[in-house]
Design a protein around this ligand. Structure first.
Ligand code: TXA
Ligand code: MG
Length: 384
């Protein structure tokens, strides 16, 4: 027995030969809840990935509309353990479970209730498949691995709006636990190459379906508490949840941003450092065209600079500074889409600091600012 355990340990510390398999999102569709493939190459690669993820203890990275996920069987302890190990993720940070269909959630997870709690009905009808995670109760004798929920009494579930993701779940015929497929503390991956950068040698397979459209993770809501709570802003805006959720959601409150060290982790980054590139990230809020605030900052700090511009910042030349500059786009949705990619790209340039322009915390801006605040070591607030 000890020998087997030792052998397992040895295997788990050996570098894997990480394979990237390309799939075409456009070649995957659903007919009567069954995935259909328009090209054999995509079909073969998807089938291979499904066989891989079905093996207990095995994980596969796959694209979703938000960010790439690192999937393993949600009902199997060994698979969930492998997810935490590959990411080097603290074991008390719960994982989101992904389903292909609401029917799968009701049949495989809500095995006593058999239906999604009423409070979520309108939200699910409107936003699934899509970037919304809901918390449902962990039932007595729940088949979901206890390691998924990290001891919480709820489990987060979502149905991704990405046919590659949903086809993988449907083919493997089991809900998949999947956190973002980055190494813990790194920005979430929105390209297969980001996953490769962080997890090469630690996972066997990455399905490459191209860039993720939303670019930030799903919105996490808890409708089981009163008033309902927004635990993590994401792809679905708080405004839309209030508007479309029904009367109970009109009182939606935002969770506080940081948890004490002894409190259970209710949302990522509440307790742990998150989304951090190696360079020092400095976030500028309410600084207009940035000329005065950035100049002032640069006067007191030396080193190579990357400037990540949003809607209002002037060009580096107009600011009179020397910097590698990149645009994150002009709208909050564009910034959400490019944020993680640009943080990683700026980091690759080997700069000492990344100066980032913030945005108002409305619409998708709330999710953008939530991620930027967590990535930043320093915030320069021009409004104060
Ligand atoms: O868009 C997404 O949600 C991506 C893609 C892959 O689907 N997944 C993702 O997973 O962002 P992850 O593990 O990086 O973030 C999940 C977060 C956890 O950190 C946790 O704080 C919150 O969702 N969460 C999950 N289950 C929870 C629970 N039962 N109670 C409170 N928060 C929960
Ligand atoms: Mg994550």
């Amino acid at each position: 027995m000890a020998l087997i355990t030792n052998a397992r340990r040895l295997i788990s510390t050996m570098a894997l030969d990480t394979q990237i398999l390309r799939v075409s999102r456009a070649a995957v569709s659903f007919a009567e809840n069954t995935p259909v493939f328009a090209d054999t190459h995509t079909h073969e690669n998807m089938a291979h990935a499904a066989r891989c993820v079905q093996q207990p203890g095995s994980v596969v990275a796959f694209p979703t509309e938000t960010v790439y996920g690192l999937g393993g069987l949600a009902l199997d302890d060994e698979s969930v353990r492998a997810i935490y190990a590959a990411k080097n993720r603290p074991a008390d940070n719960p994982l989101i479970v992904h389903v292909a269909l609401t029917e799968q959630l009701e049949r495989r997870i809500l095995t006593l209730l058999h239906r999604i709690p009423k409070i979520y009905e309108r939200l699910v009808a409107r936003f699934w498949p899509g970037p919304l995670t809901i918390l449902v109760p962990v039932e007595e004798g729940s088949p979901v691995s206890k390691l998924v929920t990290a001891g919480q009494t709820t489990v987060g579930v979502r149905m991704p709006d990405d046919n590659v993701a949903r086809a993988l779940i449907a083919l493997s015929d089991t809900p998949l636990a999947a956190p973002s497929a980055n190494a813990s503390t790194r920005p979430s991956p929105t390209l297969a190459s980001h996953v490769m950068h962080d997890l090469q040698g630690r996972i066997p397979l990455i399905l490459d379906g191209g860039a993720c459209s939303v670019g930030v993770e799903s919105t996490v809501v808890d409708g089981l508490c009163d008033p309902p709570m927004l635990l993590r802003p994401g792809g679905v805006t708080a405004e839309d949840i209030r508007k479309y959720g029904g009367s109970a959601w009109a009182n939606l409150v935002l969770a506080k941003k940081t948890a004490g060290v002894l409190e259970p982790v209710r949302t990522p980054g509440m307790k742990y450092r998150h989304y951090s590139p190696t360079a020092r990230v400095v976030l500028f809020v309410g600084c207009g065209d940035g000329v005065a605030a950035v100049l002032d900052y640069v006067k007191n700090h030396t080193g190579k600079i990357a400037l990540l511009r949003g809607a209002e910042f002037a060009l580096a030349a107009e600011m009179g500074i020397s910097a590698e500059e990149r645009s994150m786009g002009h709208t909050a949705a564009e910034m959400a889409h490019s944020l993680f990619r640009e943080l990683r790209a700026a980091d690759e340039l080997g700069v000492d600091m990344i100066l980032v322009e913030g945005i108002a915390e409305t619409g998708e801006g709330l999710a953008v600012m939530n991620r930027l605040t967590k990535a930043a070591l320093e915030v320069i607030n021009g409004l104060k």
